[in-house]
Design a protein around this ligand. Structure first.
Ligand code: SF4
Length: 279
């Protein structure tokens, strides 16, 4: 997904809300019930540039031994700068040509890999090139088209309800505000932030499982709720760079700082990360 949405990104299969009161329901669609570590450089095999960062620490981390910066804001700023160099290309991995296509692909990426979604979407967008086509698609046909992404029945219902609302309330266009986006079926704050930051270049910091885990390990926040993590991180990162920051944390989480195993010896943050060599 987007390199920001993945099977480990956590499900975002939402119950369609009733906040559609001001819109005219144009169609029949009902609301929906829920449903090798790479190198530190991001380029496997590429050696570390010893001139860029301090040599990795080779000891167990202790509070007294953790380097600077030590404030959450300082750690966020330093992490941001270092990951910028580690992962200069923080591009969205979900193939798309429009906000509509990105929105659909991001909804499909819940509990599914970006690669799998990219295999499915060409045929889907050929069959349903517009929200109108998606809203009126035969549910069984849609389920077949997206079957391999998992949770296909719920995703199909969400996609049709989402498209119906786009048609009925937004003239077939993807809205840009967080409020309007999260009123769409299958769209939570994470998906809305992906669409805002990638499709519209607006401030948006998607918090998935990688972003949450790394933010806590690096000491940028102690929050566990994704919305609370987002609210704490937002003021620490320039608005225009929040989407890229999230994407780079996701890349680092996938390639270096995994949930079960962290390659702290090869991590560019290990001189100030309070969790270094303690995971
Ligand atoms: S826990 Fe280890 S791999 Fe993860 S960010 Fe800290 S130093 Fe890097």
């Amino acid at each position: 997904m987007l390199q920001g949405t993945s099977p480990s990104s956590g499900p975002e299969i939402w119950i369609a809300t009733g906040s559609e009161a001001s819109c005219r329901p144009s169609l029949r669609v009902p609301p929906v019930a829920a449903t090798p570590p790479a190198s530190h450089s991001g380029h496997p095999g590429e050696p570390r540039d010893p001139g860029r960062w301090p040599e990795p620490r080779q000891r167990s981390a202790t509070v007294a031994g953790v380097g600077r910066p030590r404030s959450p804001r300082g750690r966020a700023r330093e992490t941001h700068e270092r990951l910028k160099l580690e992962y200069p290309d923080a591009d969205c991995a979900l193939t798309h040509d429009s906000p509509y296509q990105l929105l659909v692909a991001t909804i499909l990426s819940a509990q599914c890999t970006d690669e799998r979604v990219n295999m499915v979407t060409p045929a889907l967008f050929e069959r349903c090139p517009t929200p109108e086509d998606l809203a009126t698609c035969d549910p069984g046909e849609l389920e077949q088209l997206i079957h391999s992404t998992g949770f296909f029945a719920a995703k199909a219902r969400n996609l049709m309800a989402m498209a119906d609302r786009l048609v009925g309330c937004h003239d077939g266009e993807v809205p840009t505000s967080m409020r309007d986006l999260t009123a769409l079926a299958g769209v939570g704050r994470k998906t809305a932030n992906v669409v805002r930051s990638v499709a519209f270049d607006l401030p948006g910091l998607p918090v998935d499982t990688h972003v949450g885990r790394l933010s806590r390990r690096i000491g940028m926040t102690a929050q566990t709720d994704p919305v609370a993590v987002e609210r704490e991180l937002n003021p620490m990162i320039p608005a225009a760079e929040r989407g890229d920051f999230s994407m780079r944390l996701i890349l680092h989480g996938r390639q270096v700082c995994g949930a079960r195993r962290a390659d702290c010896g090869g991590c560019v943050c290990n001189d100030f990360c309070p969790s270094a060599f303690a995971v």
